[in-house]
Write a protein of this length. Sequence first.
Length: 301
Amino acid sequence: MTRPGSFALAIAASLLWILPALPAQAASLNATEKKIAAVVDRGVPASLALLERTVNVNSGTMNFAGVAEVGRLFGAELERLGFEAHWIDGVEFGRSGHLIAERRGRGARLQVLLIGHLDTVFEADSPFQRFTRIDDSTAAGPGIIDMKGGVVVLLLALSALADAGRLDRLDVTVVLTGDEESVGYPLEAARRHLKAAAPLADLAIGFEDGDGDPKTAVIARRGSSNWTLRAAGRAALHAHRSTAARIDPRRPTRRPARLSTSTMGSIMAFVTGGRDDFVSHSPACPARPRRAGPLAGAALC
């Protein structure tokens, strides 16, 4: 945990949730941190009740009414902490919508963005629907980790900061999207509010579970992107030594072809033949396409 002087927003992450389970660390906490830990202890039963209540509301992405109801429940909790919460209707991007909540501190020195989502992958017709206690420390249910449990941690952290008199030192924006599991389109509309909030934040924390260890925080993750490779050139059958597949652009086809070059690495692409436009514009060759035998313009730099 960081020191309160730097506003230890790490307590607003999963570390806050396990403070009661770490009595050996109590001696290292100052008075403010001990107060925050005590608030967490007291708030756990109510937080578990809120978790059960929200988990028992189906909020599969395409269950628009269920997503909105979970947003209403969490919005009421945020308003209790002094946030101004409002619902963004998702009709523009074909989803239920998003919950946005803001709270401005007095003389705040830190702008914080807290991120989560309301929807789950379990739609209304899923057999997995209810909160179930397994033992005194374990429960199961749709969205219990991903990520209604994360939002409950977020709320408990904010409540602890408020009781300790530290929340007023922060400007906090909470964005809970309703389409994380199946994003709405157009994407620009679906992510407009999150993108607008991001540049204003000094730091941002997402409350979805990471590696399953509450002592660690995930600071990066792998992802994927879509891109298009456009090529143009003379129609020919040619195999350059740096390509791993023969491509005949004279034969109309659409098939996956594996290509590799010294600059582009190994890529998978769909090649559409039957036209004379085979030029690859590589970032490694921005000035002009390179000529590689009959495959004119292939950017094999």
